[in-house]
Design a protein. Structure first.
Lengths: 92, 243
């Protein structure tokens, strides 16, 4: 196989794998965080403001790991650094 | 398709390429400045302020309240920095309703610049509050062995701030572009609506996190004093409660 075919195949495959596996953990974590926050609000409705603010901040922290995976997969597909190494050879 | 608006050159001035990110950042800045000047031009203290004054007062009042909630401290010194971060990011994310607009936050350059501002502002506020030695002592908390981890944490959280905002804003743009290609027209609109919500929440989160970092740098000294002051009278209400 030619190098650009290998790079394209591996990049697309890895991009799918990255976002697929990378989303598992954060989604479970966000679900737990949201569930416990709802429980806490149900127990103490007076503290809803503080709990909601903390929930948003922690959701953002948890979510950022999924965002990293998304950024990596986007880079693999749209801005692959290895692509440029073989591109001149293909073009020429 | 371009993943970053940095690569879209709008026009060239004296050999310097001005890309879409810079142009839209200027547009957002100009909008904010003009709107602020127009709104604060005829400030009134009577019972019927103008709509814009009402809106701005509500916005600033809420921002001050949130900062006071997070920092347990007078929001005055933090308001210009954190409030500006919030308003700039919120406006640049919410303007995605305008067709053809590319949010400047969807470029890693903008978000890195904002995160670097936070990286610089945290020690500045910390030193202004507790002096140079008092701030540096934070790095050796709780023990001196945590020094390398505290320093790594300082940089990793800056990178996290930048990439989080970039990833969220960029994912909205990329998803809208992909969905327009495969499922026009209704579904992309719904997703854009969701993007407005996440954009606003991201603006809130960015500024709250900046405030939390500043507060953690400034509170270290104050926290010790207040905790010692509060630890002594606290048993009294407990005894009352149990008795």
């Amino acid at each position: 196989m030619e190098p650009h075919v290998v790079i394209a195949a591996v990049s697309i495959f890895t991009a799918g794998l990255t976002i697929g596996i990378g989303v598992l953990g954060p989604s479970l974590g966000e679900a737990r965080a949201a569930a416990y926050a709802l429980e806490a609000i149900a127990r103490q409705p007076d503290e809803a403001n503080t709990i909601t603010r903390t929930l948003f901040v922690s959701l953002a922290m948890i979510e950022s790991t999924a965002i990293y995976c998304f950024v990596v997969s986007m880079i693999l597909i749209f801005a692959n650094p290895f692509w440029n190494a073989v591109m001149p050879k293909v073009g020429g | 398709m371009e993943i970053s608006s940095d690569n879209i050159v709008v026009f060239t001035v004296a050999g310097i390429a001005v890309n879409a990110t810079i142009v839209w950042t200027w547009v957002v800045m100009a909008l904010l400045v003009v709107a602020s000047i127009a709104a604060t031009r005829h400030l009134k203290t009577d019972f019927a302020p103008s709509r814009w004054q009402n809106f701005l007062e509500a916005l600033i009042g809420e921002a001050r309240r949130q900062i006071a909630d997070v920092s347990h401290h007078d929001p005055g010194p933090y308001m210009p920095f954190v409030g500006t971060l919030f308003i700039f990011i919120a406006v640049s994310n919410l303007l995605t309703v305008v067709p053809g607009y590319v949010p400047p936050t969807a470029s890693l350059s903008t978000t890195s610049a904002l995160a670097l501002c936070v990286l610089v502002a945290v020690p500045l506020y910390g030193i202004a509050e507790g002096g140079l030695l008092g701030y540096l002592k934070n790095y050796a908390e709780p023990t001196i062995f945590m020094l390398p981890f505290n320093i790594i944490g300082e940089f990793s959280r800056t990178i996290a701030l930048a990439v989080r905002l970039y990833g969220n804003a960029m994912s909205g743009v990329v998803l809208a572009t992909i969905l327009i290609a495969i499922a026009p027209f209704l579904f992309p609109i719904v997703l854009t609506l969701l993007g407005l919500l996440t954009g606003f929440i991201q603006a809130y989160i960015f500024s709250v996190l900046a405030m939390v970092y500043i507060a953690s740098a400034t509170r270290a000294r104050r926290g010790k004093e207040t905790s010692q002051a509060q630890s002594e009278p606290s048993p009294a209400p407990n005894q009352k409660g149990t008795a």
